[in-house]
Design a protein around this ligand. Structure first.
Ligand code: PEP
Ligand code: MN
Length: 364
């Protein structure tokens, strides 16, 4: 089933890996004037697809929940005046109906909706027989299956122009990002569905302007197909997400500064060099695994001795020492000590598991 997921036809829109699809626009439509000024600025920067929230899913009540349907005449006017397409978030069949009635070109499903299969199914049912591109944001929780499931529901409704948006995942204590990118999840998505366009939303990942360039560049380096970025003619007075929106001029500067990379390389010398380095990496990985296997063998041996001498598996003093020395050794070897700390947490968990198995084997 999953293999049958069709793709959003990027080529039809004149985009490829070197010309990423750019969707930009305000977090929310606020007033006719705000929309006009913002779209005017974006059109000047060459943006062809505008995002605009009409109905806003807010975490807390009594915050601005979008202006609703009064936005559509303003959107229609901006479409005609600046020759742009519009993308709007839909979270219910009523939203779908209104968006379609009002000539919206693209729909997207927000992160909170993707997390709820009932909502996604309702939206899917309301899209039967409709031919419109639908972009599906990742769910707020880091669950790849839930994200894929939402794509499948929309696809099963007959929508063939499907794309995915990576907007990061809710977190409790990541003070750097508003939503942790957890890049391994979109990478896994891209590996499984190489043909489905994957768009990065650095605005909702970062939560603040200053971080956006590095995340957007990271996405392009990972072969994302496009970017969705929030932009407002006067971000500081925005009614929602003020800290993460960029002025259209700044968005233009950002777009000009991003580097796209070549994915398929024809140069033979380059290809053989790459091949040779990859072979060395394969050999090194094999050595790492042989060493790990030797380490686990030693761990089992220690388990045997602990068992014979009736000593508990977990010994805090020993663990403290391991946990202190390994990051120090790592630093001396020019490795990131934080990375090595994480690695040793996993190695330690596995070692405890192995020793517990040894203990149980002896008991039976
Ligand atoms: C948005 O795009 O404005 C939005 C609400 O995003 P998300 O669904 O990613 O939180
Ligand atoms: Mn927003």
């Amino acid at each position: 089933m999953t293999n049958q997921l069709k793709t959003y036809p990027l080529k039809d829109w004149g985009h490829d890996i070197q010309n990423p699809l750019i969707i930009a626009g305000p977090c929310s439509v606020e007033t006719a004037e705000q929309l006009d000024k913002t779209v005017e600025g974006l059109a000047k920067q060459g943006v062809k697809i505008i995002r605009a929230g009409v109905w806003k899913p807010r975490t807390r009540p009594n915050t601005f929940e979008g202006v609703g349907s009064i936005a559509f005449p303003w959107i229609q006017e901006a479409k005609e005046k600046y020759k742009v397409k519009f993308a709007v978030e839909v979270a219910s069949p009523a939203h779908v109906e209104e968006a379609l009635k009002n000539n919206i070109d693209l729909l997207w499903i927000g992160a909170r909706s993707t997390a709820n299969p009932f909502t996604v199914q309702d939206i899917a049912d309301s899209l039967k027989g409709v031919d419109i591109p639908v972009l599906i944001k990742n769910p707020i929780n880091p669950d790849l299956a839930l994200w894929i499931g939402a794509l499948e529901r929309i696809h099963q409704a007959g929508i063939t122009k499907i794309g995915a948006i990576h907007r990061g995942f809710s977190n409790f204590n990541d003070t750097h990002f508003r939503n942790s990118p957890m890049w391994q999840i979109p990478i896994e998505f891209k590996t499984r569905f190489p043909d489905i366009p994957l768009i990065n939303d650095p605005s909702h990942i970062c939560g603040k302007r200053a971080l956006i360039p590095q995340v957007a560049q990271m996405a392009l380096d990972l072969n994302f197909d496009g970017l969705m970025i929030e932009s407002h003619f006067h971000p500081d007075s925005a009614w929602s997400d003020a800290e993460q929106q960029l002025r259209p001029e700044d968005l233009g500067l950002l777009l000009a500064s991003l580097k796209t990379r070549q994915v398929f390389v024809d140069d033979l010398a380059f290809a053989s060099q790459l091949q040779s380095i990859r072979e060395q990496i394969d050999d090194t990985d094999r050595e790492i695994l042989e060493l790990l296997s030797r380490r686990m063998g030693l761990v089992e041996k220690v388990g045997e001795y602990k068992k014979i001498n009736n000593v508990a598996v977990f010994q805090i003093e020993r663990w403290k020492k391991v946990f202190q020395t390994r990051p120090e050794w790592a630093t001396a070897l020019n490795l990131n000590p934080e990375f090595v700390k994480e690695l040793y947490k996993m190695i330690h968990t596995e070692s405890i598991k192995k020793q517990t198995e040894v203990m149980e084997r002896h008991l039976s």
